[in-house]
Design a protein around this ligand. Structure first.
Ligand SMILES: Nc1ccn([C@@H]2O[C@H](COP(=O)(O)OP(=O)(O)OP(=O)(O)O)[C@@H](O)[C@H]2O)c(=O)n1
Ligand SMILES: C[C@](O)(CO)[C@H](O)COP(=O)(O)O
Length: 234
C-alpha cells in the first residue's frame, strides 16, 4: 500500500503587506478568489490523498460555504484554525494530522495560486526519496548584503542562491519532530518550514527546481503580475 500524501494549504494570514480591507487569499484574481487556484490544483492532483486547510479563527464556516462548497473542492478532510505566525498555523495542521498519517505532507501557501500539478508531482517524487524538499528557482538577480547604515557589505555568490517557494514536502515524522523541538526553543526567526528541518533535525533539504510563475501574492503589484500570469500561462 502506498503511503498517504497530505497537503496542508495555508490561508490564515492577515495579508498586512497587501494593505487591503479583505484578507488577500479572498481577493479575486481572474474570476475566482486567490485561494481557489491552489486548492483546485491540489485537489485535482491524483497523487494527493487529502487536504487540510488552515484559516483564520472564526472563518471555518465561511470558508466551507464560500470556497469549498461553492467551487466544488474535493479531498478537504478538515479545516483548522491558524495562529499568529505562519509556523503556528502549520503546527495546528500537523497536530490534526498526528496519529492519522505516517506518510508525507506537502505544505503550501494559499497565496501561491499558480503552482502546477507537475511541480506538485516533482515534490512528491523528491520527498519520497529525500524526506525533505522545497520548490525553488535560481536567483536571477545579484544579491548584496547591506549594512544597517545603508552601505554594501559584500556580494553573495549568486551560483548558490535560490528563491524558495512552496510546496515544501516532508516525511510526516520528520517535520512533526522538528516542529516539536522548535516550539521547545525560543527562536522565532523562522520564515519557512525547511528552516525548521534545517535547524532542528539532521536531515538535509533537497531543492526541486520550480517555475518563476509560482509567485506569492504579497503586495498590491503582485495582483497585476498575477493577472498577467493568468492571461499568458494558465
Ligand atoms: N499566521 C499565518 C500567517 C500566514 N499564513 C499563510 O501563509 C502564507 C504565507 O504568505 P504571506 O505572504 O506571509 O501571508 P500573510 O502572513 O497573510 O502576509 P503578511 O505577512 O503581509 O501579513 C499565506 O498563504 C498565508 O495565508 C497562515 O496561514 N497563518
Ligand atoms: C514559505 C515562503 O513562501 C517561502 O518563500 C515564505 O518564506 C513565506 O514567508 P512570509 O514571511 O510568510 O511571507
Amino acid at each position: 500500500m502506498r503511503e498517504k500524501v497530505t497537503a496542508i494549504i495555508l490561508a490564515a494570514g492577515q495579508g498586512k503587506r497587501m494593505k487591503s480591507n479583505i484578507q488577500k487569499q479572498y481577493i479575486s484574481l481572474g474570476n475566482k478568489p486567490i485561494i481557489v487556484y491552489a486548492l483546485s490544483t491540489f485537489s485535482k492532483c491524483k497523487e494527493i490523498d487529502e487536504i487540510v486547510v488552515v484559516v483564520s479563527p472564526g472563518d471555518i464556516n465561511y470558508f466551507k460555504k464560500e470556497i469549498i462548497d461553492k467551487y466544488n473542492i474535493e479531498k478537504v478532510v478538515t479545516i483548522v484554525e491558524g495562529g499568529k505566525e505562519r509556523y503556528h498555523s502549520v503546527y495546528n495542521a500537523l497536530k490534526y494530522i498526528d496519529g492519522n498519517n505516517n506518510g508525507y505532507v506537502l505544505i503550501h501557501d494559499g497565496a501561491r495560486p499558480f503552482v502546477r500539478k507537475e511541480e506538485i508531482k516533482k515534490c512528491i517524487t523528491s520527498v519520497k526519496e529525500y524526506k525533505a524538499c522545497v520548490l525553488g528557482v535560481p536567483s536571477k538577480d545579484t544579491i548584496k548584503k547591506v549594512e544597517k547604515e545603508g552601505f554594501i557589505e559584500g556580494t553573495v555568490d549568486r551560483k548558490n542562491l535560490w528563491l524558495i517557494q512552496t510546496p515544501q514536502g516532508f516525511s510526516f515524522e520528520l517535520i512533526k519532530e522538528a516542529y516539536v523541538k522548535f516550539f521547545e526553543d525560543s527562536n522565532t526567526n523562522i520564515t519557512d518550514d525547511a528552516m525548521i528541518v534545517e535547524n532542528y533535525s539532521d536531515k538535509k533539504v533537497k531543492i526541486v527546481e520550480g517555475s518563476y510563475n509560482n509567485i506569492k501574492i504579497t503586495t498590491p503589484e503582485d495582483l497585476i503580475f498575477g493577472e498577467a500570469i493568468l492571461k499568458h500561462y494558465i
